[in-house]
Design a protein around this ligand. Structure first.
Ligand code: AMP
Length: 215
């Protein structure tokens, strides 16, 4: 299966992508995670991406497309993939189409998670993640057992630097202006399945599975 998971920041893409990855046995490719790791490792890509990410802006298309070409042509993506956070602009979607054509591959589905904007702001400001194992928590709806420590590995949880109120507003604006047109791009290819992102993780997961079963 080759799937794209789209939706505004904080809609629950990362959480649902992990489930899809486990059940369909395909790697989760999250550009955000790859970029954050590049920043931690202080690579050239990390140094180039950091200023954009801290401001809640998009990293330039050419950097992202180079990164994705390397990733998608790798051995890891042979069984398929679930893309989480890419493509985020129409030029990125066009670049992905070209790359897939070169590799003689097609997409199976583009799942779009939708949720009201006030729910998103609330979710993002309560989001905490584990810098060690990547587990994601919400202090209100899915809190860790011990105060701000990871249930899996005991590491102190962190709040992403771009989950601060001003940056959240900017990321939502960027989503509306740059990323929503990508949904129309894939709608013209008849690939889009819209899924309501409200409710618990397991409720949303049921809807995602139903959407994918139509493919
Ligand atoms: P995410 O973890 O998906 O919310 O991504 C965090 C940040 O990484 C975004 O706000 C962007 O600055 C950057 N980023 C992630 N994916 C992309 C992409 N496909 N294109 C441009 N910037 C990206």
């Amino acid at each position: 299966m080759r799937i794209i998971l789209m939706g505004p920041p904080g809609v629950g893409k990362g959480t649902q992508a992990k489930k899809i990855s486990t059940v369909y046995e395909i790697p989760q490719i999250s550009t955000g995670d790859i970029l954050r790791e590049a920043i931690v490792n202080d690579t050239q890509l990390g140094r180039q991406a950091k200023q954009y990410m801290d401001a809640g802006r998009l990293v330039p298309d050419d950097l992202i497309l180079d990164l994705m070409e390397d990733t998608l042509t790798g051995e890891k993506c042979k069984p398929g993939f679930i893309l989480d956070g890419f493509p985020r602009t129409v030029p990125q979607a066009e670049g992905l189409d070209e790359l897939l054509e070169k590799l003689n591959l097609t997409l199976d589905a583009v799942v779009v998670l939708e949720v009201e904007e006030d729910v998103i702001v609330n979710r993002l400001s309560n989001r905490r993640s584990c810098p060690e194992c990547g587990a994601i928590y919400n202090l209100q709806t899915n809190p860790p057992e011990k105060d701000e420590q990871c249930d899996n590995c005991g590491t102190d949880l962190i709040q992403r630097s771009d989950d601060m109120p001003e940056t959240i507003k900017n990321r939502l604006r960027v989503y509306r202006e740059e990323t929503e047109p990508v949904i129309q791009f894939y709608d013209r290819q008849n690939l889009v399945q819209v899924v309501a992102g409200e409710g618990s993780v397991s409720e949303v997961w049921k809807r995602v599975q139903l959407a994918l079963s139509h493919k």
